[in-house]
Design a protein. Sequence first.
Length: 70
Amino acid sequence: MSQLQRTTTEKKFPIAAIIGLVLIFVVGLFVVGFDQGHIFSIVTGETAFEELFIHELTHDMRHAAGFPCH
Ligand SMILES: [Zn+2]
C-alpha cells in the first residue's frame, strides 16, 4: 500500500505580519492622502496646520494618486 502524497501545500501567513502590513498601509494612506498637518501637530502644535510640511512633501504623489486637495 503506497502512501498518498500531498499535492497541495498549506499556506500559512503569520498574523503579526498581516497586521503590520495593514498598519503600514493605513498610515501610508493617511500620510499621502489625508494629512493636513495632523501628524506633526502632535509635536509642534497649531503651527503644523499652517506649515503643512507632509502635505507639501507628498503633494505631487497625492495628485498622481487621485486625491483632491485644492
Ligand atoms: Zn494639490
